[in-house]
Design a protein around this ligand. Sequence first.
Ligand code: AMP
Length: 278
Amino acid sequence: MKVIHKINELKEIIKEQKGKSIGLVPTMGALHEGHGSLIKKSVEQNDFTIVSVFVNPVQFGINEDFDKYPRTLEKDAKLAEELGADVIFNPSVDEMYTDTQELTLVCPPYSAINKLCGKSRPGHFDGVATVVSKLFNITQCTRAYFGQKDAQQLFIIKKMVKDLNFNVEIVPCPIVREKDGLALSSRNTYLKDDARADALKLSKALNYAKELRKKGVNDKQMLCDSALKILEGTNVDYIEIVNPETFEDWQETDKRALMLIAAKIPPTDTRLIDNMEI
Ligand code: AMP
C-alpha cells in the first residue's frame, strides 16, 4: 500500500487503473473500526481502494478542535493496509487549497443545513461538500463510502451527488459501536475517566427512545423528554427526530423515525453525535 501526499502523483496512479472500479473512503484519520468497516466494504466491492486522510480546515469553525484533532498517520496506514486498501491519500492543507479564504465553495441548500449539526456548526457542511467534491474529482471514484454515524452528512452528500450529477455511487455503512453501545469516534480519544460513562448516555438515550416506541409511544415530545432525562450530566446541543428519507421534522404519521443527538461531554466539552432509527 502506498501513502501519497501529492494530487498529481495520485492522478498518475489512478490513470494506471483504467477500466477498474475505484472505491473512495473519505476520512479525517485517527482510524478506528468504524472507518475499518467502510474500508472493508470498499475492498470487497471495488478493484482499487483509496482511503483519504485529511483533516479539512474548511469544515471546522474558529472555536473548534482543528488544531488538536488527533493525527495518527502511521497507525492509520497500518490498519488500512491490513484491511486491503491500495492507497492512503494524505495531502497537506496547502496541497488541497491555495487559499481557503478565496475558495469556490459547494453550498448545500439552507433547508438541509438549518438544523442539527448544520445549525450548531455554521459553514460546516459547505466545508464537507467542498472537500468531498474535490476528492470525487481527484480520485474519479466509482463508489464512495460514508458512515450512517454522520447521518446529516450522508443525507447532504447523497443530495449533492444527485443535484450536481456526480458519477459516483454513495454506499451508506451502518454505525459501528463498542460492546456497550458507544459509537466509535476519533473524538472518543478525548474522553478521560468518568467522561466515558457520560458519553455512553447518548446510545442509552437512543435505545430507550427505541424501546418506548416499540411499546407504542408515538408522542415526539415524550420521546425526546425521556431521552433528555438519560442525557442529564451532559450538555445537550440538540435532540431531534426526523424522517430519515427527507430529513424533515418527524410527523407522527411518518412510519420511520430517526432520532439524532449531539452532546458535549464534560469536563473537556468533547462534542459527540449519535443517531438511531427508533
Ligand atoms: P471522520 O474521520 O470522522 O470524518 O469519518 C469518516 C467516515 O467514517 C464518515 O463517513 C463517518 O460517518 C464514518 N464513521 C465514523 N465513525 C463511524 C462509526 N462508528 N461507524 C461507522 N462509520 C463511521
